[in-house]
Design a protein around this ligand. Structure first.
Ligand code: SAM
Ligand code: ZN
Length: 274
């Protein structure tokens, strides 16, 4: 499934090393993931979500607040097939919660699942979460997999690179997108910003412009009740907290609980079969 990020040649894997026919060589990390992000692909020294953001997201998701969202993803993907020898790629997988949940709930064999993120902190935690899944540090801009090879692609609140996503999908392969809807985390944003921006309903227009065709969509809305610890983790795992001023952050830290609206739009799209 994996290719050399430098020349796209297939990688031959042993337990500890990966090598392409041109002699490029990658050592598997101690935690079991594959570091396939060459230094000159990085736009900063430590790209992607920080260790603290990743840890906060892991603690928050493990409490099950997004379980109903996973159930909606599972239902939307219920008839999407993953034949033997094909694979699913979670592009921007974070610390692996969704890929692991979907793999278990939809019965995908773990060895046909690949999670990739540009943050080594995220991939490190993902490898601890589910060691049988293949985890990769890499970029959605140039995923280190063969062209036209992925049966399923997930991009869940992730960094969307449509030309690359289109090219990585096998003909007939499908993409699941999750994007925040207009009311997503509304009460948290009201606390952190003086003025809450109204965002329009996300569409799949950019994916369609890249050549993918819409299959299905669903809007998932429900409320969650959070205690102070969960609220602190939710704030940390989103960009909102970092954009807010000190006074508003302090007000958030004093709250003992909050009811928060979740509003997520799922799109299922397909690369047309030739
Ligand atoms: C909002 S988080 C979502 C993570 C996960 N999908 C989830 O929903 O829990 C966005 C993720 O995209 C990753 N990311 C940012 N730029 C990326 C890139 N160019 N390629 C791959 N991942 C990227 C970040 O490190 C972060 O883990
Ligand atoms: Zn190579």
């Amino acid at each position: 499934m994996l290719c050399c990020p430098l020349d796209q040649l297939p990688l031959t894997l042993t337990d500890r090393h990966a090598r392409c026919a041109n002699g490029h060589h990658f050592d598997r990390s101690r935690e079991g993931y594959w570091p396939l992000l060459p230094a000159h692909f990085k736009r900063s020294r430590d790209p992607g979500d920080s260790r603290d953001m990743v840890r906060a997201r892991g603690r928050f998701l493990d409490q099950g607040h997004y379980r109903a969202l996973v159930n909606a993803m599972r239902t939307l993907l219920a008839d999407a097939e993953l034949p033997i020898g094909q694979y699913v790629l979670d592009a921007g997988c974070g610390e692996g919660y969704y890929l692991h949940q979907l793999q278990q709930q939809l019965g995908w064999p773990a060895h046909q699942c690949v999670g990739m993120d540009i943050s080594k902190w995220a991939v490190r935690d993902a490898a601890k979460r589910a060691s049988a899944i293949t985890w990769v540090v890499g970029t959605n801009r140039q995923p280190p997999v063969a062209p036209a090879s992925a049966r399923l692609l997930l991009c869940l609140f992730g960094f969307q690179c449509y030309p690359a996503f289109h090219d990585v999908l096998a003909p007939g392969g499908e993409l699941l997108l999750a994007d925040p809807g207009p009311d997503h985390l509304l009460e948290l944003r009201q606390l952190l910003y003086a003025e809450v921006q109204h965002k329009p309903l996300p569409t799949a227009a950019r994916a369609e412009a890249a050549g993918l065709e819409a299959v299905a969509q669903q809007r998932v809305r429900y409320r969650i009740s959070l205690d102070a610890a969960a609220l602190a983790d939710l704030a940390l795992m989103t960009p909102h907290f970092f954009r807010a001023n000190a006074e508003r952050r302090a007000a958030l830290a004093k709250l003992e609980s909050l009811s928060v609206q979740l509003d997520v739009v799922l799109h299922r799209l397909r690369r047309p079969a030739i």
